[in-house]
Design a binder for this molecule. Structure first.
Ligand code: NJP
Length: 237
């Protein structure tokens, strides 16, 4: 079909699985992340183009977007949590990382690719937020606040583009087995195990299948918001 899907954070977890699913669905995929060696490996397997991308760096975003000839689907997936601490012990660098990556990263990519998404005639922006985009929990304010902001940004975009041929879907996952937990807990496996006690997490593929389903609905159908959680997870944690 010649349709092009851009996936950020495609070097791991949900993003890598999403690139795989979208390639299977017939999209030409553009894979973006900092670890370009991993992207190249994946592209060799599923096809597509591997391009280095740091969403926290405007120059990197500009160079990336300049190499994307066309964009029909954008999956804003790059993101994550860093650090677990009460607000009284908040580490400003961790907060900055979370806001730069999840919030401003989504802003930069979406802003830069929007002309191409409109030009597509059937554009679609899918943003991977979190159950943390609509909940709060102790020791998680840096992440929950960043995800709330990312969600607000995404939902506002939908309103600002009404009447234009672009769809907007927010994907809000609960616990997913990826490298997320490693980054969040800085490798502290005991702490991670305690937080996720009793929960069998989703796989990246579970979320990717939902993203691919959403991106392949007829162009007049907009799935606005999808929360996807493990069976035994009740709330954000
Ligand atoms: O995590 P992980 P997930 N520029 O760590 C990339 C949300 N979520 O797949 O740059 C560009 O395996 C990084 O690539 P690299 C979560 O908040 C998850 O679970 O090479 N890319 C890697 O590919 C996030 O928004 C859970 O290091 C950057 C990817 O991001 C999304 O799901 C729960 C980057 C992260 O892959 C995918 O995360 C939830 C940068 N500056 C929400 N910085 C969960 N897993 O439990 C990072 O509620 N990346």
């Amino acid at each position: 079909s010649g349709r092009v899907a851009v996936v950020t954070g495609a070097s791991s977890g949900i993003g890598a699985a999403t690139a795989r699913e979208l390639a299977e669905a017939g999209f030409a995929v553009v894979l973006g992340a900092r670890r370009v060696d991993r992207l190249e490996e994946l592209a060799a397997e599923i096809g597509g183009t591997a391009l280095q991308l740091d969403v926290t760096d405007q120059d990197s975003v500009d160079a990336f977007v300049a190499q994307v000839p066309r964009c029909d689907v954008l999956v804003n997936n790059a993101g994550g949590a860093k650090g677990v601490a009460p607000i009284a012990e908040a580490v400003e660098d961790d907060w900055r990382w979370m806001w730069e990556t999840n919030v401003l990263g989504t802003l930069r990519l979406t802003k830069a690719l929007m002309p191409k998404l409109v030009e597509s005639g059937d554009g679609h922006v899918l943003t991977v937020t979190s159950v943390a985009a609509s909940a709060v929990y102790d020791n998680g304010a840096g992440y929950t606040s960043a995800k709330h902001a990312q969600g607000a940004l995404h939902r506002t975009l939908r309103g600002e583009h009404l009447g234009q041929p672009v769809r907007f879907t927010e994907i809000a996952p609960g616990a997913v087995e990826t490298e997320f937990s490693e980054v969040r807990f800085g490798g502290d496996k005991e702490r991670a195990a305690k937080v996720y006690e009793g929960i069998t997490p989703l796989t990246g593929e579970d979320v990717a299948e939902v993203i691919a389903f959403t991106a392949t609905r007829p162009s007049h159908v907009n799935l606005d918001f999808i929360e996807i959680k493990p069976r035994d997870q009740h709330s954000a944690t």
